[in-house]
Design a protein around this ligand. Structure first.
Ligand code: NAD
Ligand code: MG
Length: 396
C-alpha cells in the first residue's frame, strides 16, 4: 500500500486498541489515525483524541458524547463526536478509511465488521466473537466486498504467516493445525478446586494483561474454544483438522502440520504488537516495538494436551462446530452472559461452563441457516435470554 494509511480503531481504549496505537506511534509517516471509538474509559479517550487528532470519534450514548464534547473543548482536539451503534458502522465503512482495527469485545463488534467488509476495507480482526457469531455471512461479505481480512489473534496470525502465499493450495498441503494455548492461570489446578475461583484470580493471566472478558475466557479455555471456531472460518478447515496444544511459555504462537509431517511454526516473544504490526503492514513487515526473542536465554519449551475435565469448554466448541449452523452463535452468546455473571459475582467460575452447555441443550432444534445480520442477532438475543434463565438457576 502506498501513501498514508488512514486507520479507524474500533475499541481504542481497550488492550488491543492501545497496543495498536503504540505500533502506529512508531510510524508517523505511514499511518494516520482517522477515527477512534470506545464505550469505556472516556477520560482516556479524551487524552487519545488530543494526542492523535482523529477526524471522528464515536462513543456509546448521547450522554457520553455530550460529556466528551465538553472535555474536548478544553484540548486541541477537533474531532467530530458521534454516538451509537450506527456510528461504528459509518466509521468502519467511511470512504476515506483504508484500514479498520476491529478491537471491540463480543458480538457487539459484528455489525461494524460487516460494514467494513462490505466496503472492501483492510480489516484487522481481533474481535474473534464476530467470526464465531457470523462466520458464514462474515466470510461471504469479505469475499463479495473485496475486503482484505487479516487475523490479529496471535494464533491465527501465526498460522496465516506459516501458510503458503498461494491460498488456494492450503487444503492440499495441510494435515492439521495446532492452536497453542498458555493454559491460563489454572493450567495445573485440580478441576475439583476451581469452584471458589474469584474474578481477580481468573483475570491474572500468566503472560498478558488483557480485557477482563478475554482473561476469563483464557482461564476457562473458552478463548481457545472460540479460536477453534475462528480458525474454522478463517482457514476453511474441518473440525478434525484443528487441535489444541498447551504451551505455557507462549513462544510458539501456533503451528501448521503439513501432509509430509513437516511442521511450520511462528515464534516470538508474547506481545500482541507483533501480529498488530503484521496486520497493519502486510505483505510487508515493519518495526513492532516488541522485544526480540533471545533463544539462548529461553530455557525449555513445554507442551501438553489439555485435560478435558479441567477445560470442558473445548469439547463444547467442537460439538457446536459439528451441530447445525447457529450453534456457535448461541455458544458465544451464552458465554458472554455467563462471563458477565461470573465477573459480577452472581455465579461460580465452574458455572460458566454449565450455563454454556445448558443453553446449547435448551436451544438444540432451534438452530438453522443464518443468512442475515438480523437472523444472527435474533438468535444471539434468544440464546442470551436462555442463558440468563440458567444463570438465575445457578446463582449463588
Ligand atoms: P478490552 O475490554 O480491553 O477492550 C474492548 C474495547 O471495546 C474498549 O475500548 C471498549 O470500550 C470497547 N467496547 C466494549 N464493548 C463495546 C460495545 N458493546 N460497543 C462498542 N464498543 C465496545 O478488550 P481487549 O482485550 O482489547 O479485546 C478486544 C478483542 O480482541 C476481543 O474480541 C478479544 O477476544 C480479542 N483479542 C484480545 C487479545 C488481547 O491480548 N487483549 C488478544 C487476542 C484477541
Ligand atoms: Mg489468541
Amino acid at each position: 500500500m502506498s501513501g498514508m494509511q488512514r486507520v479507524c480503531i474500533l475499541g481504542a481504549t481497550g488492550s488491543i486498541g492501545r497496543s495498536t496505537l503504540e505500533v502506529v506511534a512508531l510510524h508517523p509517516t505511514r499511518f494516520e489515525v482517522f477515527a477512534l471509538t470506545a464505550r469505556h474509559r472516556m477520560d482516556e479517550l479524551a487524552v487519545l483524541c488530543d494526542r492523535w487528532q482523529p477526524r471522528y470519534v464515536a462513543v456509546g450514548t448521547p450522554e457520553q458524547a455530550q460529556s466528551l464534547r465538553r472535555r474536548l473543548a478544553q484540548t486541541r482536539a477537533r474531532a467530530e463526536v458521534m454516538h451509537g451503534a450506527r456510528a461504528l458502522e459509518e466509521l468502519a465503512s467511511h470512504p476515506e478509511v483504508d484500514s479498520v482495527m476491529a478491537a471491540i469485545v463480543g458480538a457487539a463488534g459484528l455489525a461494524p465488521c460487516l460494514a467494513a467488509a462490505r466496503a472492501g476495507k483492510r480489516l484487522l480482526l481481533a474481535n474473534k466473537e464476530a467470526l464465531v457469531v457470523g462466520g458464514d455471512l462474515f466470510m461471504r461479505t469479505v469475499r463479495q466486498g473485496g475486503a482484505t481480512l487479516l487475523p490479529i489473534d496471535s494464533e491465527h496470525s501465526a498460522i496465516f504467516q506459516c501458510l503458503p502465499s498461494d491460498h488456494t493450495a492450503w487444503s492440499r498441503h495441510i494435515d492439521h493445525i495446532l492452536l497453542t494455548s498458555s493454559g491460563g492461570p489454572f493450567r495445573a489446578r485440580e478441576p475439583e478446586t476451581l469452584h471458589d475461583v474469584t474474578p481477580e484470580m481468573a483475570c491474572a493471566h500468566p503472560n498478558f494483561v488483557m480485557g477482563r472478558k478475554i482473561s476469563v475466557d483464557s482461564a476457562t479455555m473458552m478463548n481457545k474454544a472460540l479460536e477453534v471456531i475462528e480458525a474454522r472460518w478463517l482457514f476453511d478447515l474441518r473440525p478434525e483438522q484443528m487441535r489444541v496444544l498447551i504451551h505455557p511459555q507462549q513462544i510458539i504462537h501456533s503451528m501448521v502440520v503439513c501432509r509430509d509431517n513437516s511442521v511450520l511454526a511462528q515464534l516470538g516473544t508474547p506481545d500482541m504488537k507483533v501480529p498488530i504490526a503484521y496486520g497493519l503492514s502486510w505483505p510487508e513487515r515493519i518495526e513492532s516495538g516488541a522485544e526480540r526473542l533471545e533463544f539462548a536465554t529461553l530455557g525449555g519449551l513445554h507442551f501438553e494436551d489439555p485435560n478435558p475435565r479441567r477445560f470442558p469448554g473445548l469439547l463444547l466448541a467442537f460439538d457446536a462446530l459439528r451441530a447445525a449452523a447457529g450453534a456457535t452463535n448461541a455458544l458465544n452468546a451464552a458465554n458472554e452472559e455467563a462471563v458477565a455473571a461470573f465477573l459480577s459475582g452472581a455465579i461460580a467460575f465452574t458455572a460458566i461452563h454449565q450455563v454454556n452447555a445448558a443453553t446449547l441443550d435448551s436451544l438444540a432444534g432451534a438452530f438453522g441457516s443464518q443468512d442475515t445480520l438480523e437472523d444472527l442477532l435474533a438468535l444471539d438475543e434468544r440464546a442470551r435470554a436462555a442463558a440468563r434463565v440458567h444463570v438465575k438457576a445457578m446463582a449463588r
